[in-house]
Design a protein around this ligand. Sequence first.
Ligand SMILES: *Cc1c(COP(=O)(O)O)cnc(C)c1O
Length: 353
Amino acid sequence: MRPARALIDLDALRHNYRLARGRHGGRALAVVKANAYGHGAVACARALAPEVDGFAVAFLDEALELRAAGIEQPILLLEGIFDAAELDEVVRHDLWMVVHHAEQIRIIDHAKPALPLDVWLKVNSGMNRAGFMPHELRAAWQRLKDNGRVGSITLMTHFARADEPHVLATSEQVAAFDAATRDLPGPRSLSNSGAILGWPDAHRDWARPGILLYGADPMPGEPNGLRPVMTLESAIMAIREIPAGAPLGYGARFRAERPTRVGLVAMGYADGYPRTVPDGTPVAVDGIRTRLIGRVSMDMLTVDLTDLPDAKLGSRVELWGNNVPVNRIAEAANTIAYELLCNVKRVRFEYAD
Ligand SMILES: *Cc1c(COP(=O)(O)O)cnc(C)c1O
């Protein structure tokens, strides 16, 4: 059997949820959109269900997958509904939804009276992506109140730069949110992972931790007690010696500087390991760090075993996990851990409870 697999440590997930909730105070929605950032939404939701305050996903189908798996906790749709048919499903499955756009209020206005809806009304406090402008907020809130179908309204916003501890943008967004919502009652929710760790001023009633749950610090730096949840690993499937000067792999990007013992690893970009990483990117073979050499191919990649005389066929290769932080690979690939984790596919997923 091909040894490529993603090991998911559900105990680390629970640990990280507790850490996020504790750092923020109040309640926390575990963000499990995009298949729990590539970790498996149903398995992660089941692991958190006994203690979680609720879940957040991006859109209806992601919530229905959780409901079908027996998840009964509150689930918030972060993008809200796209049409009236989705509102019927929201009612049927007792979901919460973000309302960020006037069209969504129009849909609610025209819906048949049903259960009181739980709405999270989103303010654009400066990211300028989604949400009502501060001057539109009061009218939006009033329309929701007046139509008789809305039970509770939570006020929320989202930060553009919470992972940048030294810029003022987040404080400005908090101030804009507070000004826009000053006279309105109801719980508040501002903080994503970056704000949970870095912006105590943004802590209110509900946190919305995503990447933190999976153990990747959005602001890598100080140790923070997070535990990586995913270990992406495979094994050495072949070994060869190449002489100094020999090319290796597609495009001959790498040329051996010395006689080199090359380990071939069953893992490629079709599995989600990024093709763009350079020679020298860290990997761990049987727990010892070495370097990737040569271009990553679709199904395979190559690593330098010259200084690892004990490495052999079947030696375990960690692409990221406890020995190689996923943030380090993200940096090498010029992206963020979020994207790498979401992209893992084709490998076997194995869950440890
Ligand atoms: C994805 C998302 C989050 C979680 O963000 P992280 O940076 O992963 O913690 C929180 N709130 C909203 C609105 C989101 O879309």
